[in-house]
Design a protein around this ligand. Structure first.
Ligand SMILES: [Fe+2]
Length: 463
């Protein structure tokens, strides 16, 4: 086996003190933004646009459908029906709640959110928005009932933006035809890098991702580019565009903020955290997470997954140590509750850690080196969607022991949960054909099968 690892390492790049730093270089699509005019609204007066869906409750029997009508708030409803009712005879109608917002010199269209409840599991539904000639039709499939051995595949995308590279990422993800729900790791439109946080960029982003997000739920988390705090133009309200445009089912998990919440889907319990909200002891997020961990039932949902924007283990010089504050506060719980995986974005490259923890440190003992820990999660950074800020191509020169694999390429990942013990994970770089894997590994569940995984990446064809 050793010779295979040696050859693999030689092919991939160099082996440092830690894991593998891939020196893979092949030309990818540029991370320059696609012009606004190339994301036109759908034709027709007041046609519904920027359609996106997410889970609407904690167990997957509800969907929140959101869309924008640009000039008139009517019609304020959507219709839906089971897809096997081909003519849509038994249609149901749901009213939307409509909101608008202003941001400096920008006024939004009418943003609709409609929650459909009591859906059947594992069922395809059609839905329609608009009326007359401007009616638009979409569909989605509800997940299987929550249970311990339910297979399910999540796509993982972060820091997407709206560049040519972003488009390549999304096309490759859709081309794999495997993902059933996207875990979206924050940093959406990058409107805030434009003068006055040009909020038309939020509209073009919504149109860009509609081809995925109108048909499958994205589980949203907020990144730093959603903060939109700009006192110089009198914009003081944190997360204003994000909170108006993207609704999440936070109350279903007894959260008091849309910035942290949880859902169960198939065999996974997914916890969303906010890197840009208070998390120290006694804060609302801290108190909520303490109670949330105590509720997790691994007999019902074996896979415990955390999503947060700023990675806790990151050996890239970009955003180095930014996640350290939250690591100090939350990592002991991640180990105690045997979290399987922590996905982050923020750093615009790819990195996967060993199972490590650094919880023994206290202010007097000086023990501050991460150590291998079978109860610890694997930390994975997938901030490589391909946004306007470009690639984070400056890894620390000494690859730390905790870092198993890292590469400065754009891409996305897939997590294929097979049953309560095994999940196949695969990261795909945009430069390759969709059947080629950039990094793949079988993960073993920490609660049901806490065996050590092979940490070495295989760069192989997966199909
Ligand atoms: Fe970020």
């Amino acid at each position: 086996m050793w010779w295979l690892i040696t050859v693999l390492s030689f092919l991939l790049g160099r082996v440092c003190d830690g894991g593998i730093t891939s020196s893979y270089i092949r030309e990818a699509a540029p991370s320059t933004e696609i012009p606004k005019k190339d994301f036109p609204p759908p034709s027709g007066y007041n046609a519904p646009e920027q359609v996106h869906i997410t889970q609407g409750d904690q167990i997957g029997r509800s969907v929140i459908v959101s869309w924008v009508t640009p000039v008139n708030k009517h019609p304020k409803y959507m219709t839906y029906w089971e897809a096997n009712d081909k003519d849509g005879i038994k249609r149901n109608r749901v009213r939307s709640k409509t909101t608008t917002y202003r941001y400096y010199n920008y006024s939004s269209g009418y943003i609709h959110h409609a929650t459909i409840n009591k859906l059947e599991y594992n069922t395809k539904y059609m839905y329609e928005l608009g009326k007359g000639n401007n009616t638009r039709r979409f569909w989605f499939t509800t997940p299987p009932e929550v249970g311990p051995d339910v297979p399910y595949t999540f796509g993982i995308i972060g820091d997407l933006g709206q560049t040519h590279a972003s488009n390549q990422t999304l096309e490759h993800y859709l081309g794999s035809r495997k993902g059933q729900t996207v875990l979206y790791l924050g940093d959406f439109s990058y409107a805030d890098v434009h003068p006055y946080h040009d909020n038309e960029k939020w509209d073009t982003f919504g149109r860009f991702v509609e081809k995925s997000n109108a048909y499958e739920p994205w589980i949203y988390i907020a990144g730093n580019h959603e903060l939109d705090f700009a006192p110089e133009i009198d914009e003081h309200s944190l997360f204003k565009p994000y909170k108006h445009r993207y609704h999440v089912p936070f109350r279903a998990s007894q959260s008091t903020s849309p910035l942290w919440y949880s859902i169960k889907r198939a065999s996974a319990h997914i916890i969303v955290l906010s890197s840009y909200s208070a998390f120290a002891k006694y804060t609302p997020q801290y108190n909520w997470l303490e109670q949330e961990f105590a509720k997790v039932n691994r007999s019902e949902t074996p896979w415990l997954i955390i999503l947060l924007h700023s990675p806790m283990y990151n050996s890239n010089n970009y955003h180095f140590m930014e996640g350290e504050g939250m690591r100090v506060v939350f990592e002991p719980w991640f180990v105690k509750y045997k979290v399987d995986l922590v996905f982050s974005g923020h750093v615009h490259s790819y990195e996967r850690s060993e199972r490590v923890s650094n919880v023994q440190y206290n202010i007097t003992d000086g023990l501050s080196t991460p150590v291998k820990d079978p109860s610890a999660p694997v930390y994975i950074t997938v901030g490589d969607g391909g946004n306007i800020e470009g690639i984070a191509d400056s890894f620390t020169e000494h690859q730390p022991d905790y870092s198993a694999f890292r590469e400065a390429s754009f891409g996305h990942a897939l997590l294929e949960i097979k049953n309560r013990t095994h999940a196949f994970y695969n990261w795909h770089r945009n430069q390759d054909n969709v059947s080629v894997s950039g990094d793949s590994i079988w993960f073993y569940n920490r609660y049901w099968f806490p065996k050590e995984e092979s940490t070495y990446s295989s760069s192989t064809k997966t199909a």
